[in-house]
Design a protein around this ligand. Sequence first.
Ligand code: NAD
Length: 462
Amino acid sequence: MKAHDGMYIGGAWRPAAGTDTITVLSPADEQPVGEVPAGTVEDVDAAVRAAREAFPAWAATPPVERGALIGALRDQLVARKDEIAETVTAELGSPLPFSQMVHAGVPILVAGSYAELAATYAFEEKIGNSTVYMEPVGVVGAITPWNYPLHQIVNKVAPALAAGCTVVLKPAEDTPLTAQLFAEAAHEAGIPAGVFNLVTGLGPVAGQALAEHEGVDLVSFTGSTAVGKQIGATAGAAVKRVALELGGKSANVILPSADLTKAVKAGVANVMSNSGQTCSAWTRMLVDSARYDEAVALAAEAAAKYGSRIGPVVNAKQQARVRGYIDKGVEEGARVVAGGSEAPREQGYFVQPTVFADVTPQMTIAQEEIFGPVVSIIRYEDEDEALRIANGTVYGLAGAVWAADDAEAIAFARRMDTGQVDINGGSFNPLAPFGGYKQSGVGRELGPHGLTEYLQTKSLQF
Ligand code: NAD
């Protein structure tokens, strides 16, 4: 895999301030696929300075021109889509067809949506005797996770640039090669020097330095709730804007009138895709008592069919963590009906597609985010109980409701404490706001709502 040995700062690849490096391993065979520099406080400082310097001119660039440059960036991602898919497969381990369709395909859609939004969004409005201007917040520190390496980057960088903000990105240490490819695409697209900057490095070093830097006006973080709380506290102390996209434990609610086979199969597929490493995955399947046994049999059959088709999880630590949760589920009395904690292969960080039956709402596997290919099937007696279970975690990121007709599903979804719900298998919409209720986060990404995160209002009265 191609890897740069420097940081992308101020429009060029520059030598890193320190000599430490991060070795990127393939999760499929545990072999090195590349090496990148581990950024220091000095690298972060240089990148923030470059972003500050570039900010006034970029903020003053007409939105239509910013949109055209984001469109050029989208075209560069299209031109590199095979290389992006191969790179994501190398460092994340996802099967190539999934990398092509989702890891390369979705960011192209999202970048395209912001090229258009920059050009069409009303950055100015009249309210009574006032004119309200929507102005960019300033320099953005973007910190992203490894699970959808390019999607998480584009979700932040595209709206930030559309708003007129400049950006310093600190990507996850497991997937920095995809971030370097993105920097190349931004460079080739002609994004002006300093508008986008990349510092690779470790979370507690480069990530923390970025979150704490006084030259950063807004921190946009996607990752674990534990680190998110810390970043929120740091930003709060400095009275800095902050957006947090955190963990999830979403419910897939199958109401008694629903097509059970369709809902169960879609639910299992949802969790198994990306080896369960999706923050919005429907990891809790809620089924009424009368059809519980049937649902368990269908889910076990669906999971067994995945067999070795799913990729590994990202690293040894995640593999141990997921296997630990499977053991914990057994210890607490849940019943494994597919998969189990035994590693299916000697090499690579693989975990078996696993389904648990007889899961009760308070078990650890029903409360905590596992971030692996594990589905928990929970029984409910009536709709009120289903709602209590669905809302009974600290999270509220996503979910699904299945019923004979949309109206019934909508009525249930409106009572759920969660930011996004798919009704009867509704498909992904790159313009719909995505983000959490409760401890799943603060702020929204995607579409016009994602753009407003990077804007602040100024009202002029006449
Ligand atoms: P993580 O919190 O360990 O790391 C995320 C990013 O934060 C990485 O770039 C990491 O280097 C950095 N980081 C770590 N410690 C830091 C610190 N002290 N200061 C600043 N930055 C630091 O999370 P992860 O394991 O990479 O990702 C998995 C988590 O992300 C899961 O909990 C998942 O639910 C969540 N996630 C949420 C969403 C969402 O949109 N809500 C999307 C994807 C993933």
